[in-house]
Design a protein around this ligand. Structure first.
Ligand code: BEZ
Ligand code: FE
Length: 295
């Protein structure tokens, strides 16, 4: 078969996929070809525009390194990460809603006793975070691991600020729930912040007329034997970016008011884990590796 014109090229490529190694490989490849060709037919790029598109994707790849994952940032900012989340976490009745992991998780964070202060050298408004971890039947889960991490009062994570070679970990830790499934720790109130926007994704956001900000939040990764690990955040109520999170990660159920009393601000939440296979966390204090989703 030769001489493919605009009307016949798509069918020809689809036919070429009939020998795919598995039904799933064929399904995914066919959908990719159909949607990609439909995109090109809709956009009708000039040869120069297509070259720009290739240069953009090349730039995204070139920006990736051991400490930066620009492709995941592209997926996040185009809403694809949250679409995958929505497909995979729909209808887990009664369990805490999930949201994106983000690039700033560090495996094996320092394990600290309940009540510890994780602010380290970071100054800011004191905040106590407390809550419980239970199953869908309301039974508390003692010994559940609760990994937490968040930005400082200027909107930076410790891993963004560290001196070359020896970044001090702060505003992150692992806690274990007590016999009644409770946890609590002290920290400072985090700020909203921009996702890394000094690369191709930042230029894309600018071209699209979008800001790069995420509303202030505290990340949680929570697990227990016999339960599916929960990846989520708590968002601070009244943040100016709740309705325009650059990665579309906000869910109403995860927005919490900061209760301000005489002892400082308090952030409270009772987490509910879905039953399922346990995934063991990296041991605390293991050679800290940032998530695959680095900035
Ligand atoms: C974060 O919340 O840490 C995050 C999530 C997605 C992209 C960048 C940062
Ligand atoms: Fe974050």
């Amino acid at each position: 078969m030769r001489n493919f014109d605009e009307g016949r090229i798509t069918r020809a490529v689809l036919e070429r996929l009939s020998g795919a190694r598995s039904p799933r490989a064929r399904q995914v490849s066919e959908a990719l070809v159909r949607h990609l060709h439909a995109f090109i037919r809709e956009v009708r790029p000039t040869q120069a525009e297509w070259g720009e598109g290739i240069a953009f994707l090349t730039g995204v790849g070139a920006m990736c390194s051991a400490t930066r994952q620009e492709f995941i940032l592209l997926s996040d900012t185009l809403g694809v990460s949250m679409l995958v989340d929505a497909i995979n976490h729909a209808g887990q009745g009664g369990t805490t809603d999930t949201t994106v992991l983000g690039p700033f998780y560090v495996e094996g964070p320092p394990e600290l006793p309940l009540g510890a202060d994780i602010a380290g050298p970071c100054a800011g408004e004191p905040m106590r975070v407390e809550g419980t971890v239970s199953d869908t039947g309301g039974r508390p889960l003692p010994g559940a691991w609760v990994d937490v991490w968040h930005s400082d009062a200027q909107g930076y994570y410790d891993v963004q600020r560290g001196d070359a070679g020896a970044p001090g970990l702060a505003l992150r830790a692992r806690f274990r729930t007590d016999a009644r499934g409770r946890f609590h720790f002290r920290s400072i109130v985090p700020s909203f912040y921009p996702v890394p926007h000094d690369g191709p994704v930042g230029r894309m956001l600018e071209a699209q007329g979008r800001h790069p900000y995420r509303p202030a939040h505290v990340h949680f990764m929570i697990g227990a034997p016999g339960f599916t690990t929960l990846v989520t955040h708590l968002f601070l109520a009244d943040d100016p970016y709740l309705d325009s999170d650059v990665v579309f990660g906000v869910k109403d159920s995860l927005i919490r008011p900061l209760e301000r009393g005489t002892g400082g601000a308090v952030l409270r939440y009772d987490f509910v884990l879905p039953a399922g296979a346990q995934e063991e966390p990296a041991p605390a204090g293991s050679p800290g590796r940032q998530s695959e989703r680095l900035p």
